[in-house]
Design a binder for this molecule. Sequence first.
Ligand code: DC
Length: 233
Amino acid sequence: MTTKNKKIVIAIDGFSSCGKSTFAKAIAARLGYIFIDTGAMYRAVTLFALEQGAIRSGVVDEDAVVALLPQIEITFRFNPRRGASDIYVNGDLAEGRIRSIEVSNCVSGVSSIKQVREKLVAMQQQMGRDRGVVMDGRDIGTVVFPDAELKIFMQADAKVRAERRYKELTEKGDSVTMEEILENVISRDKADMSRAISPLRKAEDAVVLDNSYMNVEEQMEWFLEKYRAAVEA
Ligand code: DC
């Protein structure tokens, strides 16, 4: 196989609201790879748990969430309009609903449950078994695909990230304040890094991309250099 058509796994990990999904989506489109947003999968479980009453007043009932797991079927369907796949929970489109502030506030509690991670990690490994995927999340380079040919760890200032999230949500018509978004970003960073199972950390062989002050084109230029080196390795 020539390096030109060698398919690899690109693992993108990092803090919330770093623009991982935007970056991963652009890379996948450029390379003709499949893009998998693993955060959407944790959000989908959280949404279902909220709907089923396994989370009440922000409190996650872990046993109840685990008991719901066999009832949750998560699927992706490509949406040509967005140039990415939409997520479905038991056949219902959930793409918009998983991004609400309510889901954002509860997702850390759900993603720290061992059985939730086991189920979703197994699904993610299955989705990437033929390579040719760009997967973004928190544990892709460390747990899901420790053998990924290219691992990128993304970071950006918390304030810059909160501003980006605020813009995204208010443009969608959500009524949120900058303060609550910044609080959510900071508390999720803490929860992601300190949870017992698969905490967010940079894989030793990951390259760091700090995109606080970089636009999409600059990030793409940075990426293509790393990508060429990875396929030629
Ligand atoms: O990327 P995101 O903000 O949509 O992710 C939502 C949450 O899911 C985030 O708080 C951490 C969790 N997550 C995780 O624990 N592991 C992943 N691979 C992806 C996301």
